[in-house]
Design a binder for this molecule. Structure first.
Ligand code: SF4
Length: 377
């Protein structure tokens, strides 16, 4: 029996084909599509792969990831580098080490880097990042694109970094359900859902390409929550998204709910569905194929790329530090991230790496025009 017959058959009682003809979805549609299995799931992935090919092409762009410090002032209950985890060895790359990694990315035509660390708010941290941004621009003739992912900051700080050359910022909201947010964070002023939302808005208003994302498969999370997450990203008009499965870390408070979690394989599949649905809804945004997907399935990144993701973040942090940036358990090792390895793996899915180009989103250009953002580059 063909997939088409199965999906159209009155016996099946499904309207998945009707749903997949649409370009946008209601919450009920999304819940239904997130529950798609078997042939229905294959149809969903086929549709999102077609959308990706039509609007983006069979291509990925690189962001060389520099995890420059695992020192964090916060205590998110799911995160392995939370402040209260005393089992972790803390590190902080020197400026020279960061610049060496940035130079490597530039010379190898990655075109962009992403600077990521635990979250600190202080004048010295602000100034350090600002200086690094100027230096990275200097050593790359202004050519290296820079994404920052260093958490919640005051608007003046975001502006200072934007003026120094950062033009993308990734701040994952993790979940758009405030009640669930409260359950996975300590109940104090430092971990406040409204502030996170406001920070994301400030980033957008300043002119960054603003990115966010959620964890998929959290304890207490429902399919309705995930549908709402997708609607949030659409309504917020987000430019970039990094979504990944929640993977529990043994040295975190959330580990006590490990027996309430979906099996890893199901979290993986749910993440693929989230990527596929968002690609259909937001055809021209940038979407990361997360390493967390690769942690569950060795081909996880490629599977994400096939059905919608278009950004890969090879880890270029000096090797001796990588094991200590353990946001979640069993992060993949460094060998997986060599460009030759990536090229070979992507060739298997007929996808090429675009070198030497930022790969900014058409979505951002459109949003920028619509909002008449004064963008200085
Ligand atoms: S999720 Fe980010 S802010 Fe929270 S503890 Fe981990 S590194 Fe710090």
């Amino acid at each position: 029996m063909s997939a088409f017959y199965y999906l159209c058959s009155p016996m099946s009682g499904t309207t998945i084909i009707e749903l997949l003809i649409k370009d946008d979805f209601s919450k009920d549609d999304l819940v239904k599509l997130l529950r798609a299995e078997g042939e229905e799931k294959i149809m969903l992935f086929q549709k999102s792969a077609d959308v990706k090919e039509q609007y983006i092409g069979k291509k990925v762009w690189l962001r060389g990831l520099i995890e420059f410090s695992n020192i964090c002032g916060k205590d998110c209950m799911y995160c392995g580098i939370r402040k209260s985890n005393t089992k972790l060895e803390r590190y902080n790359l020197t400026d020279d080490e960061i610049l060496t990694a940035a130079r490597f990315a530039y010379e190898n035509r990655y075109a962009s880097i992403a600077l990521q660390s635990g979250e600190l708010e202080s004048a010295s941290f602000t100034n350090r990042i600002e200086n690094l941004l100027y230096k990275i621009k200097e050593i790359s003739n202004g050519e290296l694109g820079i994404t920052l992912s260093v958490g919640e900051q005051e608007p003046e700080v975001y502006k200072k970094w934007f003026d120094a050359g950062a033009h993308r910022y990734l701040l994952r909201i993790e979940t758009t359900n405030p009640d669930l947010y409260r359950k996975i964070h300590p109940d104090n002023k430092k971990h406040n859902f409204q502030r996170r939302y406001d920070c994301l808005k400030n980033l957008q208003d300043i002119g960054y390409q603003a990115g966010t994302g959620v964890m998929i498969g959290l304890p207490f999370q429902t399919t309705e929550d995930l549908a709402n997450d997708l609607l949030f990203m659409r309504d917020f008009d987000i430019d970039m998204v990094g979504m990944g499965p929640y993977i529990e870390h043994v040295d975190t408070p959330l580990i006590k709910y490990a027996d309430k979690l979906l099996p890893l394989k199901e979290r993986f599949e749910l993440t693929l569905k989230m990527i596929a649905l968002l690609r259909i809804m937001m055809k021209d945004i940038n979407m990361v194929a997360s390493t967390a997907q690769q942690t569950i399935d060795p081909e996880g990144r490629e599977k994400s790329v096939e059905i919608g993701a278009n950004i890969i973040m090879p880890n270029i942090t000096p090797g001796k530090y990588r094991d200590d940036y353990s946001l979640y358990a069993n992060k993949p090792g460094s060998d997986d991230d060599s460009v030759s390895n990536l090229e070979a793996r992507l060739a298997l899915i007929d996808t090429e790496i675009v070198y030497g180009k930022w790969g900014d989103t058409k979505h951002y250009e459109k949003r920028r025009k619509a909002e008449a953002i004064v963008y200085r580059r």
